[in-house]
Design a protein around this ligand. Structure first.
Ligand code: IMP
Ligand code: MG
Length: 187
């Protein structure tokens, strides 16, 4: 899909291009290859937002790994989370004594991952690391160590490459700032 496509007309601007994403994902894959070679980690995709990033990232990692999927929902309006997290779909296998790598689309307030880190610590994972495509440090509300992040972005609501607004725009190949007129009359 090119940037003249219909979906792009709801964007204020493109923030991170598909080429920039591909380069960053490849570099991150090389770092994770070195870090986890010989460790048999579990890479956990936090659905649905991380799905596109996750499938690209694992194909850049040259080491045996297990993939698993988890879906969480944070209660709140569609553009802000409240920190109350519900596990909608859990992993298939236990993580006891395994290195767990949580793969997220974006760290915003940090509350979702703060909560999930505690969940995996209680399940006695050997380690829990956080990998995110995007980080919005200006919005952090809890102290959270992000181990790997591809891009720091300003405080704007973004969509594309897995990220949604109201379940839409996940299929945009680039990441863009959603035009506020799309959501300003919503709760
Ligand atoms: P946190 O708990 O506030 O860090 O929220 C993280 C979750 O909020 C992400 O996994 C996204 O699903 C969602 N989110 C936060 N900012 C954005 C955004 O700019 N666009 C789309 N989703 C976002
Ligand atoms: Mg998400």
């Amino acid at each position: 899909m090119d940037t003249n496509a219909l979906l792009y007309q709801d964007l204020e601007k493109v923030l991170v291009t598909r080429e920039e994403i591909a380069k960053a994902v490849k570099e991150l894959g090389q770092k994770l290859t070195e870090k986890y070679r010989g460790e048999d980690p579990i890479f956990v995709c936090i659905l649905k937002g991380a799905s596109v990033f996750f499938t690209d990232l694992v194909r850049e990692i040259d080491a045996p790994l297990t993939m698993d999927f988890m879906m969480v929902s944070s209660y709140g309006s569609s553009t802000k989370s409240t920190g109350v997290v519900k596990i909608v779909k859990d992993l298939d296998k236990p993580v006891t004594d395994r290195h767990v790598v949580l793969v997220e689309d974006i760290v915003d307030s940090g509350m979702t991952l703060h909560y999930l880190k505690k969940v995996f610590a209680n399940r006695e994972a050997k380690s829990v690391s956080i990998v995110t495509l995007l980080d919005k440090p200006a919005r952090r509300r809890v102290d959270l160590k992000v181990d790997y992040s591809c891009f720091n972005i300003p405080d704007a609501f973004v969509v594309g490459y897995g990220l949604d607004y109201d379940e839409k725009y996940r299929n945009l190949p680039d990441i863009g700032v959603l035009h506020p007129k799309i959501y300003e009359n919503q709760g």
